[in-house]
Design a protein around this ligand. Structure first.
Ligand SMILES: NC(=O)c1ccc[n+]([C@@H]2O[C@H](COP(=O)([O-])OP(=O)(O)OC[C@H]3O[C@@H](n4cnc5c(N)ncnc54)[C@H](O)[C@@H]3O)[C@@H](O)[C@H]2O)c1
Ligand SMILES: O=P(O)(O)OC[C@@H](O)[C@@H](O)[C@H](O)[C@H](O)CO
Length: 429
């Protein structure tokens, strides 16, 4: 089994870039999913290796004590396999130094959130992790820990949402403040004032396609390492991290590993959400309607690439200036989505449809309709999303909080008109 002892016998190219024994917990991460392990943990590892600063991560599993235990059993080491069209590259990542289960280990989590050495908290808890009614347990734990930190007068901290949402920093700040406002702590207004001064919520754009780990991935890791790894991750070679340069205190020098620190992430955020995630969700809905399984398979159909390019062209006029060039972005997407080494399941991307559609399609659709522009590709995507629900389009749009679009008769008629062809398995772009 993978461990600090067994890893030292691996070939040098398979070993971590850092010795975890030399790291300290300076980052607390909520959400011990695949994405964190293939993205922020990788940037943090390289930042520590290149700077010599001991930036280690304690990862907190919000729901699964089993995941935290499994990671601890292998000394928090795990492998990352880059799936390249020309072959796989596997190596062990060493930046996670401890793993906790949020419920059972709540005291330890709170102690870390108060620790002056911890100056960064990151999150990958899906859109659901930010919900208000009721408040998600992650929000409760984080607010409680931050309040204790404020009471203790510990140094400022930056809390960084790494989930796919527009304005993710502001969303997180808003929900945490609402939680504090709603609770019965007698000192809640003092806490809110201190948080306003001592807690920063930089917005971020995170990008790397990381499919859920499969049994085949576990077997692949065993093959590459000669050691069992219960928690391997796989991902595409591409990765990007754009962060708002508004941290409240020390942070890992992620820019040493290529992260961009910018005054405003909005153009990058909207480009990514509307072009990449928007196309991803459209490919997922239409691909499933056509009986396909993966993104690469859907891209190999005679309409996959056309769908991506047409959606990007339709939505690009809504993007603010200052972000990536939409045409080259679409070219890159086609290459990334076509990667035959990746097995990204359409049904994984299709989960939590209502939450994703709200972020990925509706803001652009609203903006385009407001300008009187045609929106045939978004209409087709909406029809494919609606197909399995069998709900009338206006009702479906209302259920995702888009009453304005539900009242747009020409839109709902256009979407409804697309349904018969889809039912017959025809994708007409
Ligand atoms: N996988 C990717 O390609 C990718 C790329 C960019 C961004 N992201 C972001 O990262 C998030 C996590 O993706 P992943 O691939 O790690 O998924 P995952 O399923 O491997 O992990 C999801 C994590 O979110 C937590 N979670 C789920 N529901 C929750 C809830 N209701 N409250 C609190 N925590 C909850 C889980 O406990 C787990 O730690 C995505 O939702 C997305 O916002 C993922
Ligand atoms: O991770 P989700 O479930 O929010 O969305 C599925 C994909 O669209 C997403 O994970 C992309 O792969 C990712 O955003 C690429 O950076």
């Amino acid at each position: 089994m993978l461990s600090r002892t067994t890893v030292s016998a691996l070939a040098p190219e398979l070993r971590p870039l850092v010795d975890p024994a030399e790291l300290r917990t300076r980052v607390v991460h909520f959400g011990l999913g695949a994405f964190h392990r293939a993205h922020q943990a990788v940037y943090t590892e390289r930042a520590a290796a290149l700077s010599g600063e001991p930036w280690g991560i304690t990862a907190v599993a919000p729901r699964s004590a089993r995941t935290a235990r499994a990671l601890r059993e292998q000394d928090c080491l795990y492998s990352l396999t880059e799936r390249r069209p020309d072959g796989n590259r596997c190596r062990v990542v060493g930046s996670v130094v401890d793993a906790l289960a949020m419920g059972p280990d709540a005291e330890k989590v709170d102690a870390l959130l108060m620790d002056p050495a911890v100056t960064v908290v990151t999150l990958t808890v899906t859109e659901k992790g930010y919900q208000r009614s009721p408040f998600s347990p992650v929000i409760e734990r984080l607010a409680t820990g931050l309040a204790a930190r404020m009471r203790a007068g510990a140094p400022p901290v930056s809390v960084v949402s790494c989930d796919n949402m527009a304005g993710n920093g502001a969303v997180l700040k808003g929900v945490l403040r609402d939680f504090v406002q709603d609770c019965d702590w007698p000192d809640r207004s003092v806490i809110l004032d201190r948080m306003a001064e001592a807690v920063a919520f930089p917005a971020t754009v995170v990008d790397r396609i990381v499919p859920a780990t499969s049994e085949a991935d576990r077997a692949g890791a065993l093959d590459a390492l000669g050691l069992e790894d219960a928690l391997p991750v796989t991902g595409e070679p591409y990765r990007q991290w754009v962060l708002e340069d508004s941290f409240a205190g020390p942070r890992p020098p992620w820019e040493r590993d290529g992260a961009l620190l910018v005054p405003d992430v909005t153009p990058y955020q909207l480009t990514k959400l509307r072009l990449l995630n928007g196309s991803h969700s459209a490919l997922a809905c239409l691909g499933m309607a056509a009986g396909l399984d993966t993104i690469a398979e859907t891209m190999a159909s005679d309409w996959g690439e056309r769908l991506v390019r047409a959606l990007c062209a339709e939505v690009s006029p809504t993007l603010p200036a200052g972000g990536p060039d939409p045409l080259s972005y679409a070219d890159d997407l086609v290459v990334r989505f076509r990667n035959p080494a990746m097995r990204h399941l359409l049904r994984q991307i299709g989960t939590d449809g209502p939450l994703k559609v709200r972020e990925r399609w509706l803001p652009a659709l609203r903006e385009l309709r407001g300008r009187g522009a045609d929106t045939p590709v978004l209409e087709l995507a909406l029809a494919a999303w609606a197909l399995p629900t069998q709900e009338p389009i206006p009702a479906l749009l209302r259920s995702v909080g888009a009453a304005d679009l539900a009242d747009d008769d020409s839109l709902t008629a256009a979407v409804t008109d697309r349904l018969p062809a889809l039912r017959a398995g025809r994708i007409e772009i």
